[in-house]
Design a protein around this ligand. Sequence first.
Ligand code: LRH
Ligand code: MN
Length: 388
Amino acid sequence: MTTFDSIASHLERQAIELPSWAFGNSGTRFRVFTTPGTPRDPFEKIADAAQVNKHTGLAPSVALHIPWDKVDDYGVLRAHAEEHGVALGTINSNTFQDEEYKFGSLAATDAKARQRAIDHHFDCIDIMNATGSRDLKIWLADGTNYSGQDDMRRRQDNLAESLATIYAALGDDQRLVLEYKFFEPAFYHMDVPDWGTAYAQVAALGDKAMVCLDTGHHAPGTNIEFIVMQLLRLGKLGSFDFNSRNYADDDLIVGAADPFQLFRIMVEVVRGGGYDEGTYVAFMLDQCHNIEEKIPGQIRSVLNVQEMSARALMIDHDALDAAQRANDVLGANGIMMDAFYTDVRPALAAWRESCGLPADPMAAYAASGYQQQIVADRVGGTQAGWGA
Ligand code: LRH
Ligand code: MN
């Protein structure tokens, strides 16, 4: 069995990017509930995100969503983030809330809608130049609700042309990551429904175009770790949007609904080199804390990823390889399950302390008084949300 000490160095470089929108209010079509102390602007969102990094050492950057995180001066926001010990990360575009995108954006048949969406991405690239961000993440709500509503082939061609126009505007050190989703808000077809379509579109663009895998965007029963393996094998797994779900795109805390699935995904990340020094894979959370407190929710989330990463790193890879080559079915599965059932939490707590971090980040945050402080301070104004 691999020892914890032998994997500790791997844990040091783990970095999980936080979504600014997880600190704002979010919900469902039934209700978006509020929470006392919720940020009113991107500055307060970043201050809250910095609390997660302070107590875990795991979250050194924050992803922004445009226009939800629109500010007058992104240089000022960047300095604010740096003062709080974090960086501004992935810039997420938004072509799913404007009236003009009713029938689509980059894939739309209407050329005006496509141009509007392309211009929005040019604006996002300008923001990346100010924030120092590497990744432009594109998720499209584009699709149709009824068969025959539009020509799916023409929409793919429109999408390819739009993406090529955006790709051409990227800086040398910038990337475009295309996120797929099998349904919602479109209920007949999505223009980027699966990893194959995302791969086909980004492969046609070039080396700076990658696929984003959101763990909540697959049909029930999908073997997500197989897709992780394949995209790593193809060198096109640019980023993860981590969350968990029981039914649809529930955006719950990663590892909460299915910790074993998160373990299996991290096993393929490790096996495929996605966790190696200097990896090109970005790890981000994409979650909504509709009813639970948001900062503790994010702390719990990055700890879940850390714990399943540690278990995946603990696998006795030589023994597993030998059992696999010997078609020792139960032996091989047994080695996986031994690692999954290895309780790494006491060793992780001791390791955190050895790094000057609290052994129990959840307890440390609760004892910090920060939550009570923001509830007292953040009175008035409009709590941040999806602005939908
Ligand atoms: C779409 C999605 C996408 C984001 C949004 C907040 O479901 O996963 O990544 O833009 O959530
Ligand atoms: Mn996502």
